[in-house]
Design a protein around this ligand. Structure first.
Ligand code: N01
Length: 563
């Protein structure tokens, strides 16, 4: 029996090693992509490195892991039956509930028979002779496919800082995104958490309750607002479900992919007391609404400063020690230019006797020692270190594979100074290789599930179009790609993102600012969707479409350029 058959979840695995499409990853994107492509009658194989489906929500099992988008938004909208039959229990879905949901989806749509688990794709090489992708996995599997879809996720390549002495540490260490399935018991331990982004903010309060002592090593404070997570009111769920289809249609056209409350008032056009009331209301409601209460907060630094000031005052109210409060106060970026963190008891945690905030911006971590960790001013003895240090966003997961396009050119080489894509869906020189929520698409700036659905639908329609027109290959043109990268950068330039440290959103730090790539499309999901649809309607403008036999011919039937 082939290894691929042993490892597959289902019974009827095809022995074939040639597929119409291979999908890498079985998270939200991979599962829906499989469903759509199989629906077109394609032979499809999904490869997934994990022992189960779920992607991000399979791997990120750290204590307190929870999504920061409302459950009823952060779920598939493609099937009315699915959204009617599944009932979320909490305002924000926890990681275990999300994993149950994704497993339910895999069963409900009979997806498992085409998913091969515990298989990490290590190489994907475009074969110019066959016009197909040749893929290799760490299991020894070798397959070929006409289409290759990277559903590898934006947050799957964990970043572990390269700190001197790391190997010498005698205690245990963990990264939030690769948490042991059986959990970790920190009782009685001295624990260090490095990192205070969304993952750190969620796990720190829980680890603080378990550990004897907790040291939080913070380099940059983030804005943190209360999640106010709670069980969902059955009456609210019933009402949402009554209009779910219409709600989703409307949500798809919004910039974020969900309908949120805004006061409709501009922060700079109301009096300070009225503004404070608006922010207090959003604070009490919890969640990210404080960002959109006054829409000018996204575009005007002066308006943004008013929310920042409000949140600074909240930190001072909640944290007993003024020096700790000051250290927790973000002053180096406008709110919304880094992911707003949602918390449950984050600031209050720093009032606990057993919690110490260590400012590693003023005294950086110098070394990990056999017994713990040393900064410029002190040594901390630790039993465990938790790295909540995030990911090589978007690009890392693609770079973890050896992807080579035409003339054997590695993707890593093409993107050495930052990713370059057309629509975030394809990159020139890599025909038939799609990236779901790739760099240059709205992705992380939106409700990911609706962004994923939009990409998957577009890719499926594109594949159907190619088949209907007896074409085999689609490739972004260099001109369209250049124009798109410029457009994405220009949009980012109209926002406050450039005021945040460039390492978060820009790639190509060695380049002059105008040549850096902003990672996401900041124009909103609704307008992006329209743009993608228009491009498709114009015969896939900006893409070259060919039959394999016509490759290289100057008479590409569907070749289009420009955006
Ligand atoms: O990672 P991050 P994350 N020494 O990159 C610090 C999503 N998410 O896993 O800011 C010391 O945000 C780093 O410091 P600095 C969400 O979209 C969502 O928390 O680089 N510190 C930072 O504090 C989010 O954006 C949810 O100065 C070091 C932290 O590590 C994304 O995932 C939950 C360091 C990394 O923060 C990633 O979030 C969780 C070093 N050498 C995640 N290196 C929800 O849905 C890094 N840091 C709620």
């Amino acid at each position: 029996m082939l290894k691929s058959q042993q490892r597959s979840e289902g019974a009827s695995v095809q022995p074939a090693s040639d597929f119409d499409a291979v999908i890498v990853g079985a998270g939200f994107a991979g599962l829906y992509m499989l469903h759509r492509l199989r629906g077109l009658g394609l032979s499809v194989r999904v490869y997934e490195a994990g022992t189960g489906v779920g992607g991000t929500w399979f791997w990120n099992r750290y204590p307190g892991a929870r999504c920061d988008v409302d459950s009823m938004d952060y779920s598939y909208s493609f099937s009315e039956e699915l959204q009617q039959e599944w009932t979320w229990t909490e305002r924000y879905p926890s990681q275990p509930e999300l994993l149950r949901y994704l497993n339910h989806v895999a069963d409900r749509f009979d997806l498992r028979r085409d998913i091969q688990l515990e298989t990490r794709v290590t190489a994907a090489v475009f074969n110019e002779a066959t016009g197909r992708w040749d893929l290799q996995a760490d299991t020894g599997d070798r397959v070929s496919a006409r289409f290759c879809v990277m559903a590898t996720g934006c947050y799957s390549a964990a970043k572990i800082p390269n700190i001197k002495g790391f190997e010498s540490f005698k205690g245990k260490w963990y990264h939030t995104s690769h948490w042991p399935e059986e959990g970790v018991d920190f009782a009685g331990q001295r624990v260090g958490v490095i990192g205070t982004g969304s993952s750190g903010v969620q796990c720190i309060p829980i680890i603080a309750e378990q550990a004897a002592e907790l040291f939080v090593f913070q380099r940059s404070p983030n804005f943190v607002v209360p999640a106010r997570n709670a069980p969902l009111d059955p009456e609210f769920v019933r009402r949402m479900k009554e209009n779910y289809a219409q709600y989703r249609r409307d949500a798809r056209e919004t910039p974020f992919g969900a309908i949120s409350d805004t006061s409709g008032k501009l922060a700079l056009q109301v009096t300070p007391p009225e503004r404070r009331l608006l922010f207090e209301k959003a604070w009490k409601e919890g969640g990210p609404n404080i960002l959109i209460t006054c829409p000018d907060v996204f575009g005007s630094k002066e308006a943004n400063d008013t929310v920042v000031e409000f949140l600074h005052s909240k930190i001072r109210e909640m944290v007993d020690d003024p020096a700790v409060a000051e250290a927790l106060t973000p002053t180096d970026h406008p709110i919304s230019t880094r992911r707003l963190c949602l918390d449950t008891n984050y600031y209050a945690t720093f009032n606990r006797e057993n919690v110490t905030l260590v400012n590693v911006r003023t005294s950086p971590i110098e070394e990990i020692t056999p017994k713990g960790l040393r900064t410029g001013v002190a040594e901390y003895e630790l039993d465990s270190i938790v790295f909540a240090t995030g990911f090589d966003t978007m690009v890392g997961a693609l770079f973890n594979l050896d992807i080579r396009g035409k003339a054997g050119k590695p993707l890593k080489q093409k993107w050495a100074e930052g990713p370059r894509t057309y629509l975030g869906l394809m990159t020139a020189g890599f025909p038939n290789l799609f990236t779901v929520t790739g760099p240059g698409s709205p992705s992380l700036l939106t409700n990911m599930v609706l962004s994923i659905e939009q990409h998957v639908d577009w890719i499926s329609d594109c594949v159907q179009y190619l088949r209907g027109h007896e074409l085999d290959l689609i490739e972004a043109t260099v001109e369209a790609e250049e124009a798109w990268v410029g457009h994405v950068n220009a949009l980012a330039g109209e926002t406050l993102f450039p005021l945040a440290s460039s390492r978060y959103w820009f790639r190509g730090a060695n380049q002059p600012p105008e040549s850096r790539s902003f990672l996401a499309y900041a124009g909103g999901l609704g307008s992006y969707r329209k743009r993608c649809d228009d491009i498709a309607a114009r015969g896939y403008e900006g893409f070259a479409l060919t039959a394999h036999s016509q490759r290289g011919a100057s008479t590409d039937p569907g070749a289009r350029t420009g955006t």
